[in-house]
Design a protein around this ligand. Structure first.
Ligand SMILES: NC(=O)c1ccc[n+]([C@@H]2O[C@H](COP(=O)([O-])OP(=O)(O)OC[C@H]3O[C@@H](n4cnc5c(N)ncnc54)[C@H](OP(=O)(O)O)[C@@H]3O)[C@@H](O)[C@H]2O)c1
Length: 347
């Protein structure tokens, strides 16, 4: 038996800001016949993740492409892999049965042929949360927020924490983890609606719209008159420079990502390194996959916080494979609040 598989690909490498014309929606015939001895699992995709790092995979060249297997270059015309949630359609493996709900490396398309060795886990049906949570708050966004904040920043109650892209998928979780620890938390983002969301819905102590500030160093000085102890950086560029100028002695900066630099390398941060030396600032990058050893702790604490109402997770869900290019482009225009997800099919 065959099905039509609709999927998204890039027409050519993208080296600047992505545009609709860079993408095409393709349709292929996909066989659902799997030999009995094959370890391949065919999955019907339900929810797929939309993430900024994919832009670095779409470039003709980026140092990130040789760092880790899931960041490898995307070939124009081919299917694009991504984290997602789906339902098993065909499997002869004893560990996956038809109808099982799974999370793993799927595709920006309607179906995924998951090869042996590729990331695929059965979902725990006892977790009574929406399926989409397994793409966001229980997926790599949540793990990056938890691990990057607790494991890398080593925060203490009462410390002053700054988060950029604070209304985004990772940022909105980091700020709430920090509040739950008893930190003073300020977020930056790109609109008044988002500023209100951080303060009124998520309980951030303060927030500002970076697009309306003429001097980011002064904006941070205003929000942190006694300096910043922890900066969770999602954007890099000028914001990183301004944060370093406002960091306290023995403070920590964790670099989760540098989205402001992805589509324009000329905006690279040039922080004052003297500040890093004399204030003994520790700056560390990470990849979410580094925190797989603490996944069980992360999941149990996050489930507990969600159940207690200490943590709210926001999702921004678009419908259908055709919406994937605009959903992705929207990340670079600040269109999303919370985790950007595309719902590909009904559960
Ligand atoms: N290290 C890891 O393992 C890991 C894992 C996942 C993601 N990341 C990184 O973490 C960061 C956040 O990812 P996410 O998935 O949570 O995305 P996200 O924050 O949900 O979405 C991106 C947001 O970034 C902001 N933005 C876009 N262009 C910007 C610019 N030029 N300057 C400042 N802000 C800009 C926009 O919000 P505004 O309205 O605020 O502009 C946009 O909504 C990204 O840098 C991503 O690459 C790292």
């Amino acid at each position: 038996m065959e099905v039509k598989n609709k999927y998204v690909s890039i027409k050519a490498n993208i080296n600047g800001a992505p545009e609709e014309s860079d993408f095409e929606i393709k349709v292929e015939n996909l066989s659902l016949t799997v030999e009995p001895e094959s370890k391949v699992v065919v999955v019907k995709n339900l929810f797929v993740s939309i993430d900024p790092y994919q832009i670095n995979r779409m470039k003709s060249q980026s140092s990130s492409q040789t760092s880790i297997s899931y960041a490898t270059a995307i070939t124009p015309g081919e299917v694009i892999d991504t984290y997602g949630v789906g339902r098993v359609l065909v499997s002869h493996r004893p560990d996956f049965k038809k109808g099982d709900l799974v999370a793993g490396l799927l595709t920006w398309g309607e179906y995924t042929v998951v090869k042996e060795g590729s990331l695929l886990n059965k979902l725990d049906p006892s977790l009574a949360f929406p399926l989409s949570y397994h793409v966001g708050v229980f997926g790599f966004s949540g793990l990056a927020a938890y691990g990057g904040f607790f494991e890398v920043c080593k925060p203490k109650p009462g410390e002053k924490v700054f988060v950029s892209a604070a209304s985004g998928s990772i940022g909105h979780l980091v700020g709430q983890y920090a509040k739950s620890l008893g930190c003073y938390v300020v977020g930056s983002d790109g609109s008044q609606e988002k500023v209100n969301f951080l303060k009124e819905t998520l309980g951030f102590d303060d927030a500002f719209n970076y697009k309306q500030e003429t001097d980011l160093k002064s904006a941070l000085k205003r929000c942190f008159p006694q300096g910043i102890d922890v900066y969770f950086d999602n954007v890099g560029g000028k914001m990183l420079e301004a944060a370093v100028a406002n960091m306290n002695s023995f403070s920590r900066v964790t670099i989760c990502g540098v989205i402001s630099e992805y589509t324009n390398a000329s905006t690279r941060a040039a922080s004052d390194v003297k500040d890093i030396v004399y204030k003994r600032i520790r700056i560390q990058g990470f990849l979410a996959a580094d925190f797989m050893p603490v996944y069980a702790d992360f999941l149990s604490k996050t489930v507990e916080y969600l159940q207690d109402g200490k943590l709210k997770t926001m999702e921004d869900i678009s419908q259908g494979v055709d919406s994937i290019p605009s959903a992705f482009i929207g990340l670079f225009n600040g269109d999303n609040i919370g985790k950007k997800i595309v719902k590909v099919a009904d559960e």
